[in-house]
Ligand binder design. Structure first.
Ligand SMILES: Cc1ncc(C[n+]2csc(CCOP(=O)(O)OP(=O)(O)O)c2C)c(N)n1
Ligand SMILES: CC(=O)[C@@H](O)[C@H](O)COP(=O)(O)O
Ligand SMILES: [Mg+2]
Length: 641
């Protein structure tokens, strides 16, 4: 039986749905069966084509009820992060292509308007949905499309991000039809942190008031009592009753956003009723749904952190398929984690900061060894950077570990709150370069460029685990200032990552191979591709000199002077954008110093890169071993003609 036949036989109701119009034809009481089939489909598909599992499983009913009630794509669904929107994709004509999810040329793992008209806004980075939905709602108002509904669907961790707060603060400023669906599963990837989560648990305790309020709204709606004019007054009245009943102000109502809930987010029939009740209500409103991350699959419900993105698994037993890694290098993130604990034992000033990614960055290792010196600040990269600045100002040495693409959220904070004061913060920038299947929103290819232009910054990248350790050690020595170390997702280059840590001279690179025909300058882990290419080039009769720059800033002027004076052909290789990165730095030096060299800059050109395996993407960008060999060969042969 083909996979398609299996799916049609096993999930007959789902097989009949090719669009939301098909979904709407189903009687409402059949929706629980559909949800069951959707969960079966997700389990079946994701067991062999891995992706974001637990979030999608927990939001099945929300996805179904929204498409059942709202007139998509005319009405806009704006997903936050988007990792919970797999069912949305499946219901909007992409079921048969779902086995291409996260693969090269296939469906993106996140909503993306270039993929479907049902994907209304880019998603991948948390906390943008309220602002985007508010903007879309205002655009509808301005276009006199007053009947269009706009819905932002956001998780309990993502709503704690600063950007979400900015959207909430602005939501009631203008007339709009915004509905915010708060999908509260009391989980981030790891355990959620912060007072907002605790507050949301407290809201549950005031259920009596909330039920009363929802019933009152239903009554008013039935009897056409709620008018736009009376909204402000009614809100204040409701707030007053609530304060009396609970002794507590509702944070959302305090922001003039009508609050409904909490409701059971797995009762799909009830959700349909709630959305139907609320959809014509004008003005911003929030409906709070309680859900279970991983709902419907025992192992995921028990351990949602592991099952956030579990990789392949046996669908019958829940056993995860683990690749045999014997004799292979470990992941950079583990070397970072172990090394940080080692350094923290020696230097009591060291503290660790993560923005909601303790497991992903391995900051969890420091958390275990020194809980009082480790801070998970939640999805708040900007705050993480400024908080680190504050710690550093008072004499601590923060190691602030953030994924490269998420650090984009903290850019001004790096400049304003750290670099100007030259504060000693080590930025450990994980997932730098091409990350693979997460795709365009998650590649860490801008960091070299966006950090190089900041005065006072030291910007570095290790070629292997030993250099990661040396750089981490060096960064916490007195007098260093802001120090960025970027390293990629996944495996390192060495099997034996342990070594004595050494102080590195800041701004000094190293020459790995002698050569006369061409000089290749690389930075970071991609230098391992260059090292292999250099070997192959040698077999082709081309003697390439290879320099591992280690530091992009300050850049090694002695190496650049040597290269400018000795070589006609110069090549730069980086796994970041060449616009502003190493390629630009070398081009600037050569131009400013009148060097007569032919410069070939290899890296990510001026375009966005979608998803695929890292190997596929390196090939696409021309920085895999084979491409480096071919491109260098062409350069050298072209020059010698
Ligand atoms: C700006 C940013 N920081 C960090 C992440 C990594 N991240 C992806 S999902 C997630 C947790 C989201 O939790 P929540 O919003 O509650 O959704 P759930 O998975 O629980 O449904 C995090 C931290 C991200 N995508 N964007
Ligand atoms: C949705 C999201 O942003 C994260 O779940 C991300 O996909 C994690 O990626 P890693 O697997 O690299 O930790
Ligand atoms: Mg959550």
């Amino acid at each position: 039986m083909s996979n398609n036949e299996y799916i049609n036989n096993t999930f007959p109701m789902l097989a009949s749905i090719d669009s939301p119009a098909d979904l709407k034809r189903l009687p409402v009481d059949s929706l629980p069966t559909l949800c069951k089939e959707l969960r079966g489909f997700l389990i079946h598909e994701l067991s062999t084509n891995p992706g974001h599992f637990a979030s999608s499983m927990g939001a099945v009913e929300i996805n179904v009820a929204l498409h059942y009630v709202f007139n998509t794509p005319y009405d806009r669904l704006v997903w936050d992060v988007g990792h919970q929107a797999y069912v949305h994709k499946i219901l909007t004509g992409r079921r048969d292509r779902f086995d291409t999810n996260r693969k090269m040329g296939g469906l993106s793992g996140f909503p993306n308007p270039s993929e479907s008209e049902y994907d209304t806004f880019i998603a991948g980075h948390a906390s943008n949905s309220i602002s985007a939905a508010l903007g879309m709602s205002m655009a509808s108002e301005l276009a006199h499309e007053h009947d269009r509904k706009v819905v932002a669907i956001i998780g309990d961790a993502s709503i704690s991000g600063g950007l979400a707060f900015e959207g909430l603060n602005n939501a009631a400023m203008h007339n709009n039809n915004l509905l915010i669906v708060l999908n509260d599963n009391d989980m981030s990837i790891d355990t959620p942190v912060g007072s907002l989560g605790e507050y949301m648990t407290d809201i549950t305790t005031s259920k009596r008031y909330n039920t009363m309020r929802y019933k009152a709204y239903q009554f008013c709606r039935r009897h056409h009592i709620v008018t736009e004019h009376g909204r402000g007054l009614a809100l204040r009245f409701n707030n007053a009753i609530k304060s009396l009943l609970t002794g507590q102000q509702n944070i959302f109502e305090g922001l003039n956003i009508r609050y409904f809930g909490p409701f059971d987010g797995h009762d799909v029939v009830k959700l349909v009723k709630i959305f139907n009740d609320l959809k014509d209500m004008t003005g911003p409103k929030i409906v709070h749904l309680r859900t279970i991350k991983g709902k419907g699959y025992g192992p995921a419900e028990k351990d949602p952190t592991t099952w956030h993105s579990p990789g392949k698994f046996n669908e019958a037993t829940g056993e995860r398929v683990k690749a045999d890694t014997t004799g292979q290098p470990t992941k950079y993130q583990y070397v970072f984690g172990h090394t940080l604990v080692e350094l923290a034992k020696q230097n009591p000033k060291i503290v660790g900061i993560t923005a909601a990614m303790p497991t992903g960055t391995s900051m969890s290792m420091l958390q275990e060894a020194f809980p009082e010196r480790t801070f998970d600040v939640g999805i708040s990269e900007g705050h993480a950077v400024t908080f680190s600045g504050g710690l550093a100002k008072e004499g601590m040495h923060p190691f602030c570990a953030i994924y490269s693409s998420f650090l984009q959220r903290g850019y001004d904070e790096i400049i304003h709150d750290v670099a100007i004061q030259r504060l000693p913060v080590t930025f450990c920038i994980d997932r730098a370069g091409l990350v693979g299947e997460d795709g365009v929103t998650h590649h860490g290819n801008f960091d070299l460029a966006y950090l190089r232009c900041i005065p006072n910054m030291i910007v570095s990248a290790p070629m292997n685990e030993h250099y990661l350790r040396h750089l981490m050690y060096t960064s916490q020595l007195p007098g260093m200032g802001p120090f960025a170390i970027r390293y990629p997702r996944g495996k390192g280059a060495l099997v034996q990552w342990q070594c004595d840590m050494q102080q590195l001279p800041v701004g000094k690179g190293r020459k790995l191979t002698q050569g006369t025909d061409v000089a290749i300058l690389s930075i970071g882990h991609i230098g391992n591709n260059v090292a292999r290419a250099v070997e192959l080039l040698r077999q082709e009769g081309i003697a390439a000199a290879h320099y591992d720059m280690i530091f992009l800033k300050p850049i090694d002027q002695a190496i650049l002077a040597e290269v400018a004076s000795k070589f006609k052909c110069v090549v730069t290789v980086e796994d970041g954008t060449v616009v502003g990165g190493l390629g630009s730095a070398v081009a600037e030096y050569m131009a400013c110093n009148g060097a007569a060299v032919k410069l070939l800059r290899m890296g990510i050109d001026d375009h966005f890169v979608n998803q695929g395996t890292v190997a596929q993407l390196q090939h696409l960008c021309g920085i895999d071993v084979e491409s480096i060999v071919n491109r260098v060969e062409n350069l050298v042969k072209g020059e010698s003609k």
